[in-house]
Ligand binder design. Structure first.
Ligand SMILES: [Zn+2]
Length: 112
């Protein structure tokens, strides 16, 4: 039995210069960027799509992407630009690549 699926991880955040539409507090909204990845036995295989959500640090209101106003969309773009996908999200693919290289090197050297 192989256990696999998708999980997601926070890969970046940005403070938006926006007034909260709920509590009207200034510059209290943070935009968080998440990267989903495919996992096999909970070990990351390769990264998938990115998603984002914002939260007001004052009233804790959470907004999803489709609820963003134009200013939040701007902050979201900046946060996405600064958010880097960590290398370990490629773990299974990297391991596979190393294995393929090791096998081909072995076959080259055993033919000599
Ligand atoms: Zn608020």
């Amino acid at each position: 039995m192989i256990i696999f699926g998708t999980r997601s991880k926070n890969i970046g955040s940005e403070q938006a210069e926006v007034t909260c539409g709920h509590c009207e507090s200034n510059n209290s909204i943070w935009v968080y960027i998440y990267r989903s990845y495919f996992h096999i036995f909970w070990v990351p295989a390769f990264p998938l799509w990115r998603s984002s959500a914002s939260q007001c640090s004052h009233c804790k209101q959470v907004l999803e992407e489709y609820q963003y106003n134009p200013e939040l969309v701007k902050a979201d773009k900046l946060a996405r630009k600064n958010a880097k996908t960590p290398w370990w999200m490629w773990f299974w693919l990297l391991a596979l690549l190393v294995l393929v290289i090791a096998i081909s090197l072995t076959s080259i050297f055993t033919k000599m």
